[in-house]
Design a protein around this ligand. Structure first.
Ligand SMILES: [Fe+2]
Length: 178
């Protein structure tokens, strides 16, 4: 048994077509379906739910579908008016080789890459000025949810220094809170 560390864990997103989204996440991310339930199986839960896992944990991603809802596709107006949603969520690749394999897989599937590949860094020579030191690309899932695939995010040392994936300190940035 590995060490269990406290921290953010899974996300549940709403999808308009459960079968389509399960297929997408299984194929692109290699996730496996742990459980699937129809709406109302548990009286307090009026959503159909699918629990998907990328490792040994029971689930990392939950797909929720509300059969009472008439879904429509996203429009340009959504960025001007509507409830607050989430901006994106991210899938961590174990290392850069795995991330490059995911990039090849994405292209082979014909999934459009809407941003990147990019190095998120204001400090590295290859960086494009944003944050985290990770290497990333972004796609949209069948409902337009923005999904990031990344590797090599910096870690923050006890004194606030940024440490890259090879264990080297990055000269310059210090975390705002230590
Ligand atoms: Fe991100």
């Amino acid at each position: 048994m590995g060490e269990i560390r406290a921290g953010f864990h899974h996300i549940a997103i709403e999808v308009s077509d459960m079968d389509r989204s399960i297929a997408f996440y299984r194929e692109l991310l290699g996730m496996r379906l742990t459980e699937r339930h129809e709406a109302g199986e548990v009286p307090a839960i009026p959503f159909a739910l699918a629990f998907l896992r990328s490792g040994a944990d029971h689930h990392d991603l939950v797909l929720a579908h509300d059969p009472r809802k008439r879904y429509h596709t996203r429009t340009d107006d959504d960025v001007r008016e509507g409830p607050a949603g989430f901006h994106h969520f991210a899938f961590r690749c174990a290392n850069r080789e795995a991330w490059l394999a995911k990039l090849r897989k994405t292209r082979a599937m014909g999934v459009e890459i809407v941003r990147g590949p990019v190095v998120h860094s204001a400090w590295q020579p290859r960086g494009e000025g944003s944050w985290g030191e990770s290497e990333s690309f972004y796609v949209l899932d069948p409902d337009g949810h923005r999904l990031e695939m990344f590797c090599d995010m910096a870690t923050i040392a006890d004194d606030g220094r940024y440490v890259d994936a090879s264990g080297e300190s990055i000269e310059g940035p210090i975390a705002e809170e230590i």
